[in-house]
Ligand binder design. Structure first.
Ligand code: FMN
Length: 178
């Protein structure tokens, strides 16, 4: 049966090495349009993004994560995914809200044949404080937001095999009863 979305999702793999090609701002803006359609708890739209293209700033953001942050250095764009956590209602589902939006970004990136990887920030440490605190200070994010993750984006610099039906953990799906 035709399944266009599966064709896309099976090709999406975490790409951690990037080529030199510059991605047009227009493509990034189309990717962000997809992110903005993601569902959010109560429809509050609490997820906000900082799109970083400046190489120097990308490197500085990488330093905010003690281990594994430098993998973003060769990315052409880094999307910082943050969620409003100032009030209790927004805070309740902030991880879910940010994670769904990030998934949308990962799929949108694949649609343009580009590579991307989720780089985790929540509960990670930087040099002086948490990665979240350091990234917010660097980017001038006001209080009341929490950074969940980054999505590093670039030309694919490594080839990864698309998933096939044989790779699927179909045993994880239970019908009617466990
Ligand atoms: C919540 C979450 C956190 C992740 N954190 C990182 C990370 O910090 N660094 C990284 O390189 N990959 C990270 N990943 C990517 C996973 O390692 C990757 O999705 C997994 O190994 C499966 O590979 P695939 O994406 O190619 O299917 C994360 C993925 C998720 C969903």
């Amino acid at each position: 049966m035709k399944n266009d979305l599966y064709e896309l999702t099976r090709k999406r793999r975490s790409v951690r090495r990037y080529g030199d090609k510059h991605i047009d701002d227009e493509i990034i803006s189309e990717i962000m349009k997809v992110a903005l359609t993601a569902p959010t708890s109560f429809g509050h739209k609490p997820v906000e993004y900082v799109v970083v293209r400046d190489r120097d700033m990308i490197r500085k953001i990488g330093v905010c994560k003690q281990m594994g942050g430098s993998q973003i250095n060769s990315a052409d764009a880094v999307i910082v995914v943050m969620v409003k956590t100032a009030n209790k209602r927004q805070a309740e589902f902030w991880i879910e809200d940010g994670a769904i939006a990030s998934s949308y970004i990962l799929l949108a990136v694949e649609q343009y044949g580009l590579g991307a990887c989720w780089v985790h920030i929540r509960n990670r440490m930087g040099k002086r404080g948490t990665s979240d605190q350091e990234i917010r200070a660097l980017l001038g994010v006001p209080d009341g937001y929490s950074v969940l993750n980054l999505v590093a984006i670039g030309e694919k610099g490594e080839t990864k095999k698309a998933y096939t039906d044989a790779d699927l953990h179909t045993e994880n799906v239970h019908y009617e009863k466990y």
